[in-house]
Design a protein around this ligand. Sequence first.
Ligand SMILES: Cc1cc2nc3c(=O)[nH]c(=O)nc-3n(C[C@H](O)[C@H](O)[C@H](O)COP(=O)(O)OP(=O)(O)OC[C@H]3O[C@@H](n4cnc5c(N)ncnc54)[C@H](O)[C@@H]3O)c2cc1C
Length: 590
Amino acid sequence: KLLQKIFTALSLLQYDAVDYPDQAVVQDGQAFDFVVIGAGSAGCVVANRLTEISDWNVLLIEAGDNPPLTSKIPGLFSFVDYSEADWNYYTVNDFYSSQAHKTKNIHYTRGKMLGGSSGANYMFYVRGNKADYDSWAEQGNPGWNWDAVLKYFKKSEKLNDVSTLRSKSAELHGLDGYLGVTKPSWNKYSKKYFPAFKEAGYNILEDTNGPEQLGYSHLQYTVDDSIRQSTATAFLGPIKDRKNLFVLKNALATKIIFDYNRKAVGVELILKKFKMIRVLAKKEVILSAGAINSPQLLMLSGIGPSLHLIEKNIKVLVDSPNVGQNLMDHPITVLSIAGGNDINTVIDNLFILSNLDKFPTPVFIGHGALNKSQSIPDYQACVFPLPMYSPLSLLVCSFTYGLVDEICNTFSNVVKKSETVFVMLSLLHPKSRGEVKLATKIPYDKPRIYMGYYSNGEDLEKHARSVEDFLKILNTTLFRSVNAHVVDMHVPQCKFLPLGSHEYWKCHILNTASTEWHPSGTCAMGPTGVVDERLQVRGVSGLRVVDASVIPIIPSANTNAPTIMIAENACDMIKTDYDYGINVSLFPKI
Ligand SMILES: Cc1cc2nc3c(=O)[nH]c(=O)nc-3n(C[C@H](O)[C@H](O)[C@H](O)COP(=O)(O)OP(=O)(O)OC[C@H]3O[C@@H](n4cnc5c(N)ncnc54)[C@H](O)[C@@H]3O)c2cc1C
């Protein structure tokens, strides 16, 4: 936390303010063609693509400020959590899951800055499985099948990795987009593990975003030129001087304003020093406040489940029962495998300090399926080979996830005796659903986030089987040669269960349940969804939602790349709806 304070102080110097758009001067009642709420993964893309039409002027409203230093320097990513650039939400304690967290709930980081959660995330660039998007379309969302969305993944991307571009997946990647993507080579540290995964029956892939998803590979990251490619850096920085782009930072949108025909005509917002103004939207308001705040703002504006709105003393404009419902995420559990005790590896810890220009430690990613005949994964494993005395597992356990001391002390003790493999293993297709509710009608009050983890019992069963499937790796030559074993993490709730039994894993997973910070689905698109397939809010006009909240079914992927894809697709829909055609670009790409 001390380090975090030092970084915050450095950020206050605003040494890099020139990299981002200046604060706009906006008068009460001023009108724009589009008003975009939220400059996150989606909102920055929307602001960029809509201002390509020089006839349109666009106001982008963001509650946070420019990204801090910790966001910009890739290796400092974990210090964004709990900072001023984080909304610092906590989930509601359900007295069932996550009970091995000190607070018995989850600290739920959301980025509050230009770039939003793309400035707070772990920078993994993962798109998911073709079948994920085909299922979106099959559920009544034309225009979102794999062939349609691939075009937008490619459009946004600027891949800078020779080995991928020489591989058979080259044609799946984009080279001319705004979003820099790279793949640092950590071969020296992780290549010895790949034969073990191969021996355990997994494919070793060149590209986790290639034609096949099942298997293990090095990761691609949203990092380029040694800088995190948040959407603020990638999509706003290059266009910051466009005359038709207006950006208000430190401005909290509190309500969407409608006329008598239920057309969205503006936004009420509060600037620094609590000055309230209203801005007008001649064409549309675009809500891109993310999967927690977009449903909050809809409900504050009178669109949501009517009983809930009445209970909070909010006048109902549209009874829209699914607003805030259908909350999906990828629940995660942490594991440690100990084996090998080469004290010389201690020196490798120093590499973290010399690799702050990238994700600072070796990690590889795997997607596994329980039924070996399926091509869609059930779980994702992020595998960190750690040298002796590595502080990483303790940092994740204690600082990031806030697990109880019994567990974190175990991480701390085991690295003093062994090299370890630290694993974050998430369930990709949970059936459980949570919800976002208002605490009060006051916009500053944090919404209530009910994760609903494992409320459908099948999820716990499947997550436990996924851990067991992953641990087959212990039977491989490499792991056996160092007497590798899974570490008993002393989860207080599980101490009477035999380590490694099925019931033990269910207990371990349930109580250590943490998040991969992929909330989605709370304003889902669909035939009966909050929005239609063109992302227009049902029951009103002039209002779209464009962010992770419109995801109808969570993909087999981390959600940043999919959210950027959603924004790219949405902007072409908007341009088409206003007869601008999708290829019109009056500003050349910079
Ligand atoms: C810690 C963490 C790690 C993650 N790791 C990865 C990863 O490695 N790879 C990956 O693919 N995904 C990852 N994700 C998920 C991914 O970053 C998100 O899914 C994605 O950024 C969501 O984009 P969004 O546009 O929906 O919302 P956001 O990016 O959160 O944007 C919402 C924006 O709206 C602003 N806002 C909200 N309310 C208001 C208001 N009332 N007025 C004005 N502004 C408002 C917010 O400040 C924010 O800037 C991670 C997320 C987190 C938090």
